[in-house]
Write a protein that binds this ligand. Structure first.
Ligand SMILES: Nc1nc2c(ncn2[C@@H]2O[C@H](COP(=O)(O)OP(=O)(O)O)[C@@H](O)[C@H]2O)c(=O)[nH]1
Ligand SMILES: [Mg+2]
Length: 363
């Protein structure tokens, strides 16, 4: 945990042990329906078991032998709790909004968004998925899931390019190293804040033994301008691990949030892997806001992060798919749109012309 921002090695890390998803105790959120073919490892609650003939199965080892293969269907809400327009037109409209996004601050060419989260939460996948939508095909640009993505210590920024032949969008997504699982070699709070403040040069290799500093870090940006700074932080958490993340992670997130908020940077969160907690959503992502399971996981993510659910958006990244799906694209683009709204708040607060105005109003 963080003891001091100035401490040489605060020992901060997201210290995530190797996690496996297991069914939790009953929480009444998931209906299990016997199905002959598909087998999905349950992520949440295991109360109502129903066979094809609708006879109930109680959750005991006796009745589970011989073990049938269950398909897990999330409970459906009567109506979606957020409204989305799952159409090609909406996808096009979101792409246009993002491509033509201009900060309310002329001297900053692009919004820099830092993705922060435990290893394997889907940070690199999100960057690849968003770029895939603009490329018109699934591509893996951000070293997703590779050994190096989990353990590389580099700061990597990705310019999100517009559709083929078009210019860059106004968005740069900054990938951070996967945070360590041993609790020792992870990112320190000091280093994270150095990135947010804009001191850390592109490609800098982080090391817990060598905190970012003006004297030791090659290319250290002594006087970062507005364009060097991070304008929004997006936390990334894996929906299928929400209930099994170590307890200390919540404290870590909250400390981190406090320090980042003190810098005036707004934060949002992406809840990835939603397809792994709700089969209906896995089959058809348009059901994401109708799934009670996902609504429940969103609540748990909010508690973990210490933020209201209104800052959190569910995301299904492209992982094994070879083809784009319009609904998945709409969900991804909505997440980008959500991020950009909060980046814009930063510009509204910090653009020199607005700052002058704010100071004048405050006087
Ligand atoms: N099913 C599914 N898999 C995902 C999703 N996001 C990421 N993954 C997979 O999770 C693993 C870790 O993702 P990665 O982007 O490398 O995580 P990072 O360490 O945070 O950069 C990879 O195997 C991805 O394919 C998602 O939304 N759904
Ligand atoms: Mg990665």
């Amino acid at each position: 945990m963080f003891s001091s921002v100035k401490e040489k090695n605060s020992g901060f890390s997201f210290g995530i042990p190797v996690l496996t998803t297991k069914p939790s105790s009953s929480n009444g959120l998931t209906t299990l329906t016997a199905a002959p073919t598909t087998s999905v490892q349950p992520a949440f609650g295991t109360t109502t078991l129903t066979r094809d003939d609708n006879s109930e199965v109680t959750d005991s080892s006796e009745t589970r032998e011989p073990r049938p293969q269950f398909t897990f269907l999330g409970l459906k809400l009567e109506s979606p709790w957020r409204n989305m327009d799952w159409t090609e037109e909406q996808k096009t409209s979101l792409m246009e909004t993002i491509t033509s996004y201009r900060r309310s601050c002329e001297e900053v060419p692009q919004a820099r968004v830092l993705l922060l989260g435990p290893v394997s939460s889907g940070k690199s996948s999100f960057i690849s998925s968003v770029q895939s939508v603009f490329n018109g095909r699934v591509t893996n640009r951000a070293m997703v899931g590779s050994f190096s993505s989990g353990f590389t210590k580099k700061l990597q920024s990705f310019n999100i390019r517009g559709k083929k032949g078009e210019d860059h969008t106004g968005l740069v997504l900054c990938d951070t190293m996967g945070m360590s699982e041993d609790g020792i070699t992870g990112l320190t709070l000091h280093d994270i804040l150095s990135v947010v403040k804009g001191h850390v040069p592109e490609g800098h290799k982080f090391s817990p033994d060598q905190p970012v500093s003006a004297s030791e870090t090659v290319g250290y940006v002594k006087r970062p301008s507005l364009k060097d700074k991070v304008h929004c932080v997006a936390f990334v958490v894996d929906a299928s691990k929400i209930t099994t993340y170590p307890k200390g992670l919540s404290t870590t997130f909250k400390q981190l949030r406090k320090h980042i908020s003190d810098l005036g940077v707004h934060q949002v969160a992406l809840l990835t892997h939603v397809d792994q907690v709700c089969l209906q959503t896995a089959k058809n992502v348009t059901g994401v806001y109708e799934s009670r399971t996902i609504q429940d996981v969103m609540g748990k993510a909010a508690a973990l992060l210490g933020m209201s659910t209104s800052y959190i958006v569910p995301v299904k990244n492209y992982s094994s798919e070879l083809d784009l799906d319009v609904n998945t694209d709409v969900l991804l683009l909505s997440a980008v749109d959500h991020i950009l709204q909060y980046a814009d708040l930063y510009f509204q607060d910090n653009a020199p012309q607005n700052k002058e105005l704010k100071t004048a109003l405050d006087l």
